[in-house]
Design a protein around this ligand. Structure first.
Ligand code: GLU
Length: 427
């Protein structure tokens, strides 16, 4: 692979992914942007990067240091917005790519945010709750100089949850001297969280799958669905697919994959995973090898784990009609090309998993106005924003004869770069 980020000296050229994938996606959209492509370089240069040391006293009395990040990729359209990831594979390169995808996602949905992302390189399963609280609080304090309700608003991502957001909100509030509920989203309801936020990403995955299915003539009801990842995105998407008559025939989590051609009882699988921490040992399905998992025949395949999972090799082997990207960045650009050649429709992350940040936007608005909406109202507005965004992207793809991903990037980049152009460069 060519080194596409040579101008960013802080990146290790030997390990280009996944930032290189993001850059390649930007390069692919540039020819479709007319005169706005003059500003395209802005998307290849994150606006602000903060690397922080997160030292804590462990339960055994020793002192340990962890590395944390907050990247504000682009703030042309509003404050930064994007999750915080706790995972052992977190790197600056990864957080940069994730922040870039947030910029595109927020613009594609028309949310008044720029893009940001954070992370701490830890395996949260190896820490006690008290240690996680100390890590979260110290990390929040360290990035406190760049976050705030009108500056940059974190949220949950892989390895973080409502409790993490509660600690972040409390730490930030203690440091500024007043309760600032709007500093993070994805909080518990009691702290100014929003109804419907927790299941919003999975619900959004279902909404775009349904819209794609309507246009491609592949109804959800009766469809076979395979889901990679059984966390807050994959688990809830699987449940909602099943509620709408789909047969979820296979699941994969960090421990392995399982299959049941008759359809997996998702509520039972969710209960098993909650009780045992993973799907292993679940009675309602058979274990299956990773290679076989990727080759299962189905109508919908939902990668809802980490980035880079749909490799060119897997894209060649997959036997699905539609890929719905619940994860961020699951498909490499080369794999994307193979899916397209094979006539497999890929509904990109920046559209498919945008339900979470859309309800985060609702939460932020509710916190500002201190006036809270009903769950019904949330879901109606989510449905409306996502179906409109989908329709606009689909239309652009048809008009321009490009992939759904490129169409979503065209719409997003037009909005971001028009804002950049109208604001002008300071000084
Ligand atoms: N982490 C989620 C994402 O990747 C949600 C971000 C947010 O709500 O700000 O979209």
């Amino acid at each position: 692979m060519t080194n596409k980020h040579s101008s960013l000296s802080y990146l290790d050229p030997g390990r280009p992914e996944p930032w290189a994938s993001f850059i390649e996606q930007i390069d692919r959209v540039a020819p479709h942007l007319g005169s706005l492509s003059h500003w395209i370089e802005t998307l290849k240069h994150p606006k602000r990067i903060l690397v922080v040391d997160v030292p804590i006293v462990r339960d055994d009395g020793t002192i340990a240091h962890y590395e944390g990040y907050r990247v504000q990729h682009n703030l042309s359209r509003g404050p930064g917005k994007g999750g915080v990831r706790f995972h052992p594979a977190v790197t600056l390169n990864e957080v940069m790519a994730l922040s870039g995808w947030m910029t595109i996602k927020n613009a594609a949905l028309g949310l008044p945010f720029g893009g940001a992302k954070g992370g701490v390189r830890i395996d949260p399963r190896l820490f006690s709750a008290n240690e996680l609280e100390r890590i979260t609080r110290r990390y929040t304090s360290e990035i406190g100089i760049v976050i705030g309700p009108d500056k940059d608003i974190p949220a949950p991502d892989v390895g973080t949850d409502q409790q993490t957001m509660a600690w972040m909100m409390d730490t930030y509030s203690m440091n500024v001297g007043h309760t600032a509920s709007g500093v993070v989203t994805g909080k518990p309801i009691a702290l100014g969280g929003s109804l419907g936020r927790q299941e919003a990403t999975g619900r959004g995955v279902y909404i775009v799958a349904r819209e794609a299915g309507i246009r491609a003539g592949i109804p959800i009801s009766g469809a076979r669905v395979v889901v990679q990842g059984f966390g807050n995105v994959g688990g809830i998407a699987a449940r909602i697919f099943r509620e709408h008559g789909a047969k979820v025939i296979a699941l994969q989590d960090a421990e392995g994959a399982i299959v049941n051609p008759a359809g997996i009882d998702i509520p039972a699988a969710l209960a098993h995973a909650a009780a045992h921490g993973s799907l292993s040992g679940f009675f309602g399905a058979e274990p299956i090898g990773a290679d076989d998992f990727w080759q299962l025949e189905c109508e919908y395949f939902v990668p809802a784990a980490l980035e880079g999972q749909v490799t060119p090799q897997r894209a060649q082997a997959m036997r699905t009609r539609i890929v719905v990207e619940g994860a961020n960045g699951p498909t490499t650009p080369a794999a994307d090309d193979i899916l397209r050649e094979r006539d497999i429709l890929a509904i990109p992350d920046v559209l498919a998993n945008a339900g979470g940040v859309t309800v985060s936007y609702f939460e932020w608005v509710q916190d500002f106005s201190s006036f809270f909406w009903s769950e019904e109202e949330i879901n109606i507005r989510l449905e409306s924003i996502m179906t409109k965004a989908f329709e606009a992207v689909w239309r652009t793809a048809l008009e321009r004869q490009v992939s759904i991903r490129t169409a979503a990037f065209i719409i997003a980049c037009q909005r971001i770069l028009a804002a950049r152009e109208q604001r002008g460069l300071y000084p």
